[in-house]
Design a protein. Structure first.
Length: 134
């Protein structure tokens, strides 16, 4: 049967990493994620192709961002290969294979400074700063 694997479940094509990172960016933007950045880490690691980094305004917002990403991607048949979070949800990681999403609280993002650690990675996309901010 076309479109089915041996287990009988629908076969979902592997998404293009750039398209997947763009979809995740849009979901984060729609739910008011802050300072969304997509980094192309292909020149620096074989672990994945892109990082999407975003933060929320509260721990509830951090969780809502991560849940919205999972829900919207699940609607298209994409489930994270792995998800991890700190006990208090200050940092949630969603691993979609070619794209790894880091959803932080503002404080955790400032503490871990992933953009600084991966400073050699080209920025593919960055959310525009809200009006009135530098």
């Amino acid at each position: 049967m076309e479109g089915r694997g041996d287990s009988g479940s629908a076969v979902v094509p592997v998404p293009d990493p750039a398209e997947l990172s763009d979809l995740i960016f849009r979901v984060c933007d729609d739910i008011k994620g802050q300072d969304i950045v997509v980094l192309d880490v292909r020149p620096l690691t074989i672990v994945c192709d892109y990082f999407v980094i975003v933060h929320g305004l509260s721990l509830t917002h951090v969780q809502a961002i991560a849940e919205e990403i999972e829900d919207k991607l699940d609607e298209q048949g994409h489930r994270p290969q792995h998800r991890d979070r700190e006990r208090d949800a200050r940092w949630i990681v969603l691993d979609y294979g070619s794209v790894v999403v880091h959803v932080f609280s503002e404080e955790a993002r400032a503490f871990y400074r992933l953009e600084d650690l991966w400073a050699k990675a080209p920025v593919v996309r960055r959310q525009d700063a809200p009006e009135g901010t530098a």
